[in-house]
Design a protein around this ligand. Structure first.
Ligand code: ADP
Ligand code: MG
Length: 377
């Protein structure tokens, strides 16, 4: 990838720039917890967006996307927004840095990536973080702190791409560290690194390639259930609730709200259990918690779908250590922690069985927990 970018840059701009990269991410556990003030547990992966940049002494940004095979050129003022959606991510990052008092001047860039688009690995956050990191290094002496870089990416999604996302994806992409996952407290934004070196296991995603159309905004309904239960308990978010608290108000809330809250409270406890297990290197417990999360997402939170439940069942049958839906649900990927010796059989079985039932194979994406945003020497 590096060579390809380098050659393209030389050809287009007749010079050599500086190479930067940032990563996509997985979330091991902690789903639907962000809006409940809880924890998420992401890590950066070995799939990246890589870009070569060089100041060009003008007030224009000139950028070529190798993967989309398109060129875009834009100024740095608010009214200069480019029309191509991929270029809006870069324009947004520039604008958000400028809005915060940072410096951005004209530059040339060529970029490419291998984070699968729209598979739930956050290729957009990788793109934002790569450019935010690069522009901080090139024009701001790295004076913008890392959390601010993540927020620049998040605001880009909000203000220029129409995606009202939380902070996890950009946080993971910027802060990612090889061999470590990060527990991020979505309420205080405090975070802590945990070792993740599952020797003898592989981490693999199976992308079902299905995305169910969401009618009557189930996402908002889940949020409302959580808010109602929190209000009944007299607390701001379910972060502060225990199962005992919930059981005390069981008769005052609907059966559905009860199930929703039971998932959220259980998920917080599972994240904490996974932290303990990781410190001990106990990946069997990690895997068990992943299955429990899947069960909760499927039965209590009701955000799974038949295809993802089927992939989860296949994982169980194949003796996979841990497996669950990753992401908001209703389609997308499962994330699986698999012993090396079971890997080949699991992948072959999942492909064959899924294909037989749904007419296409799931896409296999192996991931290794790796570094986030960086300059490439
Ligand atoms: P994801 O879940 O992967 O973040 P999004 O829809 O949020 O999916 O972001 C995907 C968008 O990010 C693409 O449509 C494109 O505009 C941009 N993008 C991601 N990767 C690349 C790439 N390698 N080259 C060009 N644009 C990319
Ligand atoms: Mg995205």
């Amino acid at each position: 990838m590096k060579t390809k970018i380098n050659e393209e840059f030389k050809q287009r701009f007749g010079a050599e720039g500086t190479m930067y990269a940032s990563a996509g991410r997985i979330n091991l556990i902690g789903e639907h917890t962000d809006y409940n003030g809880g924890f998420v547990f992401p890590g950066a992966i070995d799939k990246v967006i890589m870009a070569e940049l060089k100041p060009n002494g003008t007030d224009k940004v000139r950028v070529f996307s190798i993967d989309i095979n398109e060129y875009a050129e834009f100024g740095l003022n608010e009214e200069d927004a480019p029309s191509q959606s991929w270029a809006r991510y870069i324009f947004g990052v520039c604008r958000e840095i400028i809005k915060r008092g940072g410096k951005v001047q004209g530059f040339d860039a060529v970029f490419a990536g291998n984070v699968p688009l729209g598979a739930g690995l956050s290729s957009s956050a990788a793109l934002e973080s790569c450019f935010a990191f690069a522009l901080n290094d090139m024009f701001n002496n790295n004076s913008i702190d890392k959390f601010e870089l993540a927020k620049i990416g998040q605001s880009t999604e909000h203000n220029y791409c129409g995606v009202n996302c939380g902070i996890m994806d950009q946080f993971a992409s910027v802060f990612g560290k090889k061999g470590h996952l990060m527990r991020l407290d979505c309420r205080s934004l405090e975070y802590e690194y945990y070792p993740f070196n599952p020797e003898g296991y592989k981490l693999v995603l199976l992308d079902s390639k299905v995305k169910h159309e969401l009618k009557d905004s189930p996402y908002n309904k889940r949020r409302q259930s959580c808010e109602r239960v929190a209000a009944r308990l007299g607390i701001e978010t379910l972060r502060d609730a225990t199962m005992e608290d919930l059981d005390k108000v069981k008769s005052d809330i609907t059966a559905e709200d009860y199930l929703r809250a039971r998932f959220v409270i259980g998920e917080k406890e599972r994240v904490l259990a996974v932290c303990d297990a990781l410190v001990k290197g106990d990946y069997e417990t990690v895997g068990r918690k992943m299955y429990e999360t899947h069960e909760g997402l499927s039965k209590d939170y009701e955000v799974s779908c038949v295809e993802l439940d089927y992939l989860n069942d296949i994982a169980k049958e194949c003796g996979v250590t841990g497996s669950r839906i990753m992401g908001g649900g209703f389609g997308g990927c499962t994330i699986n922690l698999v012993k090396n010796e079971l890997y080949d059989n699991f992948i072959a079985t999942a492909k064959a069985k899924f294909n037989e039932k749904y007419g296409h194979e799931p896409v296999v994406i192996d991931v290794v927990i790796s570094d986030g945003a960086r300059k490439c020497e």
